[in-house]
Design a protein around this ligand. Structure first.
Ligand code: G3H
Ligand code: 13P
Ligand code: ZN
Length: 311
């Protein structure tokens, strides 16, 4: 099976009341852990690559490893640019074989965001293999690459803007801001999401796929494990899984998860090295890290996304 775009995945997810996991990839062990879990659960999966990941690992290395994972699993896999900052980056990813891109104009004015999104949509949709485009309205708090958005600068999506935005741009999916944020410190105190905004967006865009960023649960067992083995992450807190399941049963068809993978990877390495201070072969501790990614993704597929058996 070739790499796929997200169109059919999202149609099925919308109708089926589940979501597809979009997991950030930065190296071979992460790619292998995610795709091994997807294979075990026979689940479709989106592997997403940020600007920072392209800088760290290089586009060609990530692309070739994803192609290897495709050959190894024969699953519906989409390769997606996460938080594309400009037209040039999106074009470079499309030209380099990505099947889906995000153009993130959430920091721009409404009109500037529309203009930039249209430029990417026109390019992406005119390719021989239709490339799907995700855009964003509203602004999440937290850290992405080297950009930190404070909670004062974040803003919820206005439901009265979404129809005009989607109709004028022709984007294939829309990321909205309902109170999630990037990173491992999402809430101080009780977690609150604006489901009223999600429901209103769903009413205004029937059948249309919505994307939820900043959707790690910051699994407490892993935070505890990091703290136990020499780390220091007091106050780390994510989105409760029940809230994500509810979002997946509504219009949300893509749930973005990165921080939970980082936690699993790092916790397993800390644990391994603490328990085996004499180990210095990277294959020893990276095996545990890769297994940690696999188990985390499997848990998400079964308990959060509901996409097990949907490949
Ligand atoms: O939303 C951001 C993702 O977690 C990717 O993070 O830009 O540091 O690779 P990154
Ligand atoms: P988390 O930081 O919650 O994992 O969010 C990841 C994300 O939204 C990537 O685009
Ligand atoms: Zn994001």
């Amino acid at each position: 099976m070739p790499l796929v775009n997200t169109r059919e995945m999202f149609q099925k997810a919308y109708v089926g009341g589940y979501a597809i996991g979009a997991f950030n990839v930065n190296n071979m062990e992460i790619i292998q852990g995610i795709t091994e879990a997807a294979k075990l659960e026979n689940a479709p999966v989106i592997l997403q690559v940020s600007k920072g990941a392209r800088k760290y690992a290089k586009h060609v290395y990530l692309m070739k490893m994803i192609e290897a994972a495709l050959e190894d699993t024969d699953l519906p896999i989409a390769v997606h640019l996460d938080h594309g900052p400009d037209f040039e980056t999106a074009k470079s990813c499309i030209d380099g074989g990505f099947t889906s891109v995000m153009i993130d104009g959430s920091h721009l004015t409404f009109e500037e965001n529309i203009a930039q999104t249209i430029k990417v949509v026109e390019y992406a949709h005119s390719r021989k293999q239709y490339v799907t485009v995700e855009a964003e309205l509203g602004r999440l708090a937290g850290v992405e690459d080297d950009v930190k958005v404070s909670s004062e600068d974040s803003s919820y999506t206005h439901p009265d803007e979404v129809e005009e935005f989607v109709n004028r741009t022709g984007c294939d999916s829309l990321a909205i801001a309902i109170g999630t944020s990037h990173g491992a410190f999402k809430f101080k105190g009780e977690a609150k999401l604006r489901f009223d905004i999600l429901e209103e967006v769903g009413r205004r865009l029937p059948g249309y796929p919505i994307v939820l960023h900043g959707a790690s649960s910051v699994v407490p067992e892993y935070v505890e494990m990091i703290n136990r083995f020499g780390g220091n992450m007091p106050g780390a807190q994510g989105v409760p899984e029940a809230m994500l399941r509810k979002a997946a049963s509504l219009a949300v068809c893509k749930i973005n998860i990165d921080s939970d993978l980082r936690l699993a990877f790092t916790a397993e390495i800390r644990k391994h090295l603490a328990e085996h201070p004499d180990h210095f072969d990277p294959r020893q501790y990276l095996t545990d890290a890769r297994d940690g990614i696999r188990d985390m993704v499997r848990h998400k597929i079964v308990n959060v996304l509901g996409c097990s058996g949907k490949a």
